[in-house]
Design a protein around this ligand. Structure first.
Ligand code: ADP
Ligand code: MG
Length: 722
C-alpha cells in the first residue's frame, strides 16, 4: 500500500467537516490530537512528523498493510519466513536477561504436541502480560529450519479477547511510535467521528461508480472484517483522493480559460512573411512533429483566451526552436515574452541559442539570472518596464518581485518538472499585477516545456490543468545512443574509448553523482575524478571541471570552452543534467550510476546523441545489489523516455517518481498512480460529466466536494480561485 503522505498538516484541516453535523459536533474534526489521553510532548511531536495534527488526520492515516490474525494454523503448519498467526499457551515462565542495553525476554509456547520458542527484544514489560498456562493468539515472523523453530517479537492477545476474523491494520510509522499506540488512538476517535463525516463525493458519482459511503470507508479501512471489505474501502478512498486532486486541476484550468482578457497575438501579412523567413533560414527543417505542435501553439496564441499548454518531447526532440518561434511571434506583435530555465547554465545557453537563431529578425534576447551584475540588472529592469526589451531569458530571478513588464504576453518555462505548480502560476500571473496606468493587462499565454517523459496517466495528474502538445519524433538522422553498463574493472577499456572519441574529434562528458545538492562529497568526487583524469590518464588533453560551487563566471568560461570544442573532456556534477546542448559531444561516462534515478539517467544521457555521430553512454557501477543492476540494464534496452519512465515507475513506485519537490504537488495518501490507473480513468470520466453539469461547482450538491478539495489540496493550488 502507499506510503504515508508527507502532507502539510494544513492540507486537510477539519474545515471539510461542515454541513451534516450540528456545529458543536462538526468541531470534533478540528480537535487537536493533543486532546486525546496520552498525547503530548514527544508523542505529539512524532504524530506531527507523520502529518497528524487533528482527529481527522488520524482517520486519514491509512493502513499500509494488514496482519491476518484469523488463520487457524497449528504449530506444525507454520512456515519459515512468513508472518503468521497461531494459538498457543505459555508453557514456561518467561525469563528476562540483559546484555548491556539490550533486554531479552524468552519463553516457550506450546500447542501439543509441538512447541515453539518465542523471544522479545527490549520489551521487558511483556513478562507481566504473559501468564503461564494461559492461551493467547500470537502473530509474528516464523523462523523454522533444522536449527530453530522460533518467533521473534510476536504480537499477542489473550484468546478470549481476539476476534478470530481479525485483520489488524499496520500503519506507516515513525521511529518511537508503535502500532499499538496508533491503533489505540484511531480506535478512540473513530466512534466519535463516525456519523458526522461529510460526504465529499457527489451522490450521483457515488451511485454511478458504486462506491461505498464515507462512514463505511473511513471506519472499515481501520478494522475490516475481510479482504473484500478492504478493497471496497480502498477503491472509494482512492477514488475520493484522485477525484479531489483532479477537480482542483480542472478548476485551475477553467479559471485560466475564463480569463478572457488574454493578449491575442495575431500577425499581419508582413509579419507572417517574417515568420516564414525565420523558418526558412533555420539550419534544419522542422520535423513534422515540431510543425504540428507549433501550429497548435500558434493557434492558441492568436486567441483572446490565454494559452495553458504543456509541450512535452523527449530529450533532444527540439523544443527550443518551438519556443523561439512562439517568442518571435510575440515580439512581432509588439509584446514581451520570457523564457524561464531551472539553472543559470541552461538560461545562458538558451540566451546564446536564441540570439543565434534570431539573427536577422531585428530582435535580440536579454539574459537575467542571479549572477547578473547589479548595474546591468538595473538597466535591464528599466528596459523591461518600459517595453524596450521584448525578449528575456532567465532563471528564478525572473519571478522576483522587482521584475516588472510593460506588456508580458507569453511566459515559457523550460524543464517544467523542476518547478512546482505554484511557481508556474506565479510566472503566469506576473503580468496581471503589472497593469500599466490603470489598464487591465491581459493574462499572458503560458507554455511549459518538459523533457521528462511522463506516462499519459501521470501527465493528466501532474499537469491536468494544461493542454498537451507532444513532439513524438526525433529529428531525422539521429542514431540511437548505445548504452552499456560497466564495472570498475573495465576502467582501462573505458579510458581507451574516451581517447578514441577525442581523437575522432568528438567530446566527452564524465558525470559524477550528486549525493546531496551541492554537498561536499559530491564536489570531492568530481574534483577527484577531474584530478586523476587530467593528471594521470589524459595529461595531454584539455579537460574542464564544472560543478555547482564554482562562481558563475568560472562556470560560464568552462561551458564556453566546452561549446567551442576547446575542452575535450568535461568532468561535471549533475549541473549539466537538463538542457545542455552540444551536438559534438558523443560519449558520456556516468560514475556510480546506481545512485541516479532511471528518469534522471535518461535525462543525463540525453546530453549526447544530439548530432549525427555515433553516441555511447557508459553506466559505471560496482553495485552488487541485483535490483540496482537490473535497473541499470533496463536503460541499456530502453531508448525512449516513455519506456524508461514506465519502468522507473514500476520499480520505484510513483511516490518516488520525480520526488514531490520536482512536480510540486502534495504526496498522495492512499492512491498509487501506477496501480490505480483504472480508477484514475473513471475519475476522468466523472470529471467530464461534472464539467457539463456544473462547470464551476456551484450547485449545492457539489459544495462538499469544493470544501473537501480546498481542505485537502488548498495549499498546493494556492490562488486557485475557489
Ligand atoms: P530539447 O527538446 O531536448 O530541448 P533542443 O531544442 O535542445 O532539444 O534540440 C536538440 C538539438 O537538435 C539541437 O542541437 C537543435 O539545434 C537540434 N534540432 C532541433 N530541431 C531539429 C530539426 N528539426 N532537425 C535537426 N536538428 C534539430
Ligand atoms: Mg531543452
Amino acid at each position: 500500500m502507499n506510503q504515508p503522505a508527507e502532507a502539510n498538516p494544513k492540507d486537510h484541516g477539519a474545515s471539510s467537516a461542515v454541513g451534516i453535523c450540528p456545529p458543536a459536533q462538526s468541531d470534533l474534526f478540528k480537535r487537536p490530537v493533543t486532546d486525546l489521553p496520552g498525547v503530548a510532548g514527544r508523542r505529539a511531536a512524532m504524530l506531527h512528523k507523520l502529518g497528524i495534527e487533528t482527529w481527522f488526520d488520524l482517520l486519514c492515516c491509512f493502513p499500509r498493510d494488514f496482519e491476518d490474525w484469523s488463520s487457524q494454523t497449528s504449530l506444525a503448519g507454520l512456515q519459515d519466513g512468513q508472518d503468521q498467526a497461531f494459538i498457543a499457551r505459555v508453557a514456561r515462565k518467561p525469563s528476562l536477561t540483559r546484555k548491556g542495553r539490550l533486554s531479552i525476554l524468552r519463553t516457550v509456547l506450546r500447542a501439543d504436541p509441538e512447541a515453539i520458542s518465542a523471544i522479545w527484544f527490549n520489551q521487558p514489560y511483556l513478562a507481566d502480560r504473559l501468564t503461564v498456562d494461559n492461551w493467547y493468539r500470537f502473530y509474528g515472523r516464523i523462523r523454522r529450519d533444522s536449527r530453530s523453530f522460533s518467533v521473534q517479537n510476536p504480537a499477542f492477545e489473550p484468546l478470549d479477547k481476539t476476534d478470530p476474523g481479525d485483520l489488524k491494520p499496520v500503519y506507516p510509522l515513525t521511529e518511537g511510535l508503535s502500532q499499538g499506540v496508533i491503533r489505540q488512538l484511531i480506535q478512540t476517535v473513530l466512534p466519535q467521528l463516525i456519523g458526522c463525516l461529510p460526504e465529499p463525493l457527489p451522490a450521483w458519482i457515488r451511485r454511478d461508480q458504486h462506491l461505498c459511503a464515507v462512514d463505511y470507508a473511513y471506519s472499515r479501512i481501520h478494522h475490516p472484517a475481510n479482504r473484500e471489505e478492504i478493497e471496497l474501502c480502498r477503491e472509494r478512498l482512492v477514488f475520493e483522493e484522485l477525484f479531489l486532486m483532479q477537480t482542483g486541476l480542472y478548476l485551475l484550468r477553467r479559471r485560466r480559460k475564463q480569463a478572457v482578457v488574454g493578449v491575442p497575438l495575431c500577425l499581419g501579412a508582413a509579419e507572417m512573411q517574417q515568420m516564414d523567413r525565420f523558418t526558412a533560414k533555420l539550419p534544419f527543417r522542422l520535423t513534422d512533429a515540431q510543425q504540428r505542435v507549433w501550429s497548435e501553439i500558434q493557434s492558441d496564441l492568436q486567441t483572446e483566451q490565454p494559452m495553458s499548454r504543456l509541450l512535452q518531447g523527449d530529450v533532444g526532440s527540439g523544443k527550443t526552436v518551438v519556443a523561439a518561434l512562439a517568442m518571435l511571434q510575440c515580439a512581432l506583435c509588439g509584446s514581451q515574452a520570457v523564457l524561464m530555465a531551472p539553472t543559470a547554465i541552461l538560461a545562458r545557453q538558451h540566451f546564446q541559442t536564441l540570439n543565434r537563431l534570431l539573427t536577422g529578425t531585428g530582435f535580440t534576447v536579454a539574459l537575467l539570472t542571479g549572477a547578473t551584475p547589479l548595474h546591468e540588472r538595473k538597466i535591464l529592469l528599466a528596459g523591461l518596464a518600459d517595453g524596450e526589451i521584448k525578449l528575456l531569458v532567465g532563471t528564478h530571478a525572473l519571478i522576483e518581485d522587482q521584475v516588472r513588464f510593460a506588456g508580458l504576453a507569453l511566459a515559457i518555462t523550460d524543464e517544467q518538472h523542476r518547478f512546482g505548480v505554484r511557481q508556474r502560476i506565479r510566472l503566469g500571473s506576473a503580468a496581471a499585477e503589472d497593469a500599466p496606468s490603470g489598464q487591465p493587462a491581459g493574462e499572458p499565454h503560458v507554455l511549459v516545456m518538459s523533457a521528462t517523459p511522463i506516462p499519459r496517466s501521470l501527465a493528466l495528474i501532474l499537469y491536468g490543468d494544461l493542454d498537451l502538445s507532444i513532439i513524438d519524433q526525433l529529428p531525422a538522422g539521429r542514431r540511437p545512443i548505445e548504452t552499456y553498463t560497466a564495472a570498475d574493472a573495465d576502467r582501462a577499456r573505458i579510458e581507451r574509448l574516451m581517447r578514441r572519441f577525442v581523437q575522432e574529434g568528438r567530446q566527452v562528458y564524465v558525470v559524477c553523482p550528486m549525493i546531496e545538492e551541492q554537498s561536499k562529497t559530491d564536489l570531492e568526487s568530481a574534483i577527484k575524478t577531474f584530478n586523476r583524469l587530467s593528471q594521470e590518464v589524459f595529461p595531454d588533453l584539455h579537460l574542464g571541471l564544472l560543478h555547482g560551487s564554482l562562481k558563475q563566471k568560472a562556470k560560464d568560461l568552462v561551458m564556453d570552452e566546452f561549446m567551442a570544442g576547446t575542452v575535450q573532456i568535461l568532468v561535471s556534477t549533475t549541473v549539466i543534467e537538463v538542457g545542455v546542448d552540444n551536438p559534438n559531444a558523443a560519449l558520456m561516462v556516468i560514475e556510480n550510476a546506481e545512485r541516479f534515478g532511471l528518469a534522471q539517467l535518461h535525462q543525463l544521457r540525453g546530453r549526447i546523441g544530439r548530432g549525427e555521430y555515433r553516441s555511447v553512454c557508459v553506466l559505471l557501477s560496482d553495485a552488487e545489489d541485483e535490483r540496482a543492476r537490473e535497473r541499470l540494464r533496463t536503460l541499456c534496452h530502453a531508448a525512449d523516455g516513455l519506456t524508461v519512465a514506465e519502468k522507473d515507475l514500476e520499480l520505484r513506485g510513483p511516490g518516488d517518481f520525480f520526488g514531490t519537490r520536482q512536480h510540486g504537488l502534495p504526496a498522495l495518501r492512499i492512491a498509487n498512480l501506477y496501480r490505480d490507473s483504472l480508477i484514475l480513468k473513471r475519475v476522468q470520466n466523472c470529471l467530464l460529466q461534472l464539467a457539463e453539469r456544473d462547470p464551476d461547482l456551484r450547485l449545492p450538491e457539489h459544495q462538499a466536494a469544493r470544501r473537501a478539495l480546498l481542505a485537502r489540496f488548498g495549499e498546493a493550488f494556492a490562488n486557485i480561485g475557489l
